[in-house]
Design a protein around this ligand. Structure first.
Ligand code: ADP
Length: 322
């Protein structure tokens, strides 16, 4: 039996893959590599394995893996926004990682971060908590009464695909006018290109900081869309606290802009808004917490089991319990 929250974790996003060694819930060593978004799932597994090897991972050590996209009740991995990870179309990620590394528990990256924040970070004192990552895409981790909201198809919490009045265009999920399609990093870069400016979301934030009107409009629209999302989630879940994470959520000036936009909502729809306390480590901490069965993990896994309809899913669920 290993010490609580001691082991390894990986976090595969649309832009970067991070891996870490943790001791008692603290990241003590971290390595990172860019994500090859077009690569197939076997190559993604190899990239995760290579980073873990650099950290001295040994076969069978506790391992939590957080990924962009959904992980279903059988541990299979599916892209939801096929513009971000086009080659991930239902791959037995948990089974393959367990086969190659001896042990693994997988879940969505924002769900992992939300769970980590609820246990050890910005949501510690919250009874109805949402973590929102604004990064390459937009994701959510919803934790009510310290239980992560999970569903058998792995879609629960994918709040980036909620409709939004600030949006109008297509979304890689197949929906139209979603919050992700207007507010996330890819959308910010696309809006800049449309306005005749190159560069990624970071460049747009830098231009806004230097006072460029075109850039300020794009950043303010993103913040306004996220504020609307927060109001909608508050109405649905009775949230008392929302934490923002992701490189855009944590970018200087972003939270203040969201707060300003949220001020237009009636008080009841305005939860406390804070920055993610675990910063970029949230997905890593939460994934390992789920893998090592911290308080609440068992309840969240039970939710997942109960909501997985076919009885035939039972054997793979058994493999998921840790
Ligand atoms: P991932 O989506 O892989 O989890 P991140 O959370 O780092 O990764 O989000 C990547 C997105 O954040 C990209 O669109 C990138 O351009 C943008 N970004 C990175 N750093 C900054 C920054 N300092 N300010 C604004 N945007 C940033």
């Amino acid at each position: 039996m290993s010490a609580p929250l001691t082991g390894f974790a990986a976090d595969l996003g649309g832009t970067k893959i991070a891996a870490a060694r943790l001791e008692a819930g603290v990241v003590v060593e971290r390595v990172q590599a860019p994500t090859d978004g077009a690569a197939g799932p076997e190559a993604q597994v190899a990239a995760i394995g290579a980073l873990l090897a650099r950290l001295g991972h040994t076969r069978g050590a506790p391992l939590g893996v957080a990924v962009a996209g959904r992980i279903d009740g059988a541990g299979a991995w599916h892209a939801v926004n096929t513009g971000t990870l086009p080659a991930i179309l239902g791959y037995p990620l948990e089974r393959e990682l367990t086969r190659t590394l001896g042990r693994a528990r997988c879940l969505n990256d924002a769900a992992a971060a939300g769970y980590g924040e609820a246990l050890l970070g910005a949501g510690r004192d919250s009874d109805s908590f949402a973590y929102l990552t604004v990064s390459t895409g937009i994701g959510g981790g919803l934790v009510i009464g310290k239980r992560l909201i999970a569903s058998g198809n792995g879609l629960a919490g994918h709040v980036g695909f909620v409709s939004n009045p600030h949006a109008s265009g297509p979304c890689g999920s197949g929906r139209v006018a979603t919050v992700e399609s207007v507010a996330a990093g890819r959308a910010i870069a696309a809006a800049a290109a449309e306005a005749g400016h190159g560069g990624d979301a970071r460049a747009v934030f830098e231009a806004a900081a230097e006072g460029a009107d075109w850039a300020e409009r794009i950043v303010a629209r993103s913040a306004g869309a996220v504020a609307t999302l927060i109001g909608d989630l508050a109405a649905t879940l009775g949230l008392d606290t929302v934490a923002l994470g992701g490189s855009i959520g944590l970018a200087p000036g972003y939270l203040v802009r969201v707060e300003r936009a949220l001020a237009g909502e009636p008080p009841l729809f305005r939860p406390r808004l804070v920055a993610a306390a675990l910063g970029h480590d949230g997905p890593l901490v939460g994934a390992l917490a789920m893998a090592t069965g911290q308080p609440g993990a068992a309840a969240s896994q039970a939710t997942l089991r109960n909501s997985t309809a076919p009885a035939s899913a039972a054997p793979s669920q058994k493999g998921r319990s840790m």
